[in-house]
Design a protein around this ligand. Structure first.
Ligand code: DX5
Ligand code: ZN
Length: 215
């Protein structure tokens, strides 16, 4: 059964408590929080006050996706918020090993995110230090974009790398995930599906989450 992490970026920010409680009552596994800084990606989203508001109502683990430069600045505060997994971009971290160690030292799971143009092979020398690998299946910055089909091949390559190295890291996919792309991703070896538009744009988000879990 797939794990599902609905992206709060597509929630109604005027009704955050309502939407968080809706997700609490659903079969989703995590809540995905997209932090953007307008530097690493061409958009701004939200920071700590918003994540704290979600955390107050959430009864599911928080899956924080940092699309920011210098993510190391915020790791301690993310552990105070109660994040379960913190994922940083490979492209934003010249000292990736140190950042991952810091995340783990604060008791959180350490994730690495690869942009669509970044090959899976860059993970070869860091895979032991990673609890989760997230592959972007759109260019990060916005919800509602079209899925990049090549991601399916990347999932297969990543699954092979994890098998060869004995890594138990989870494979999470972010961007343009819906029932049809989700099915291809799960067949290719993905573990966790992020879905914003597919969940919050559905007539019945709770039912849509159930569909995504049972692909
Ligand atoms: C994009 C974000 C995604 C986004 C996914 O940069 O990282 O998490 O919210 O949204 P959908 O599912 O609409 O592509
Ligand atoms: Zn995301």
């Amino acid at each position: 059964m797939a794990m599902v992490s609905p992206s709060m970026l597509s929630a109604d920010f005027g009704n955050l408590q309502r939407d968080t409680e809706m997700l609490n009552a659903s079969q989703c596994d995590w809540l995905h929080l997209d932090v953007m800084d307008g530097v690493f990606v061409p958009n701004l989203t939200f920071g700590f006050p918003m994540m704290e508001a979600v955390a107050r109502h959430a009864r599911k683990p928080l899956d924080v996706h940092l699309m920011i430069v210098q993510p190391e600045k915020f790791i301690e505060r993310l552990s105070d918020v109660g994040a379960y997994v913190v994922s940083v971009h490979y492209e934003a971290c010249p000292h990736l090993h140190r950042v991952l160690q810091t995340i783990r030292s604060k008791g959180m799971k350490a994730g690495v995110v690869l942009n669509p143009a970044t090959p899976v092979s860059v993970l070869e020398d860091i895979i032991e230090d990673v609890d989760l690998v997230m592959l972007m299946s759109v260019n990060p910055g916005y919800g509602g974009q079209k899925f990049i089909p090549h991601t399916v091949e990347k999932v297969k390559k990543l699954r092979k790398l994890l098998n060869e190295t004995g890594s138990r890291a989870l494979i999470e996919i972010d961007g343009g995930v819906n029932r049809s792309t989700g099915r291809m991703l799960i067949e290719a070896g993905a573990d966790v599906l992020v879905a914003g538009t597919a969940v919050f744009g559905a007539a019945n988000p709770v039912e849509e989450i159930a569909h995504l879990k049972n692909l």
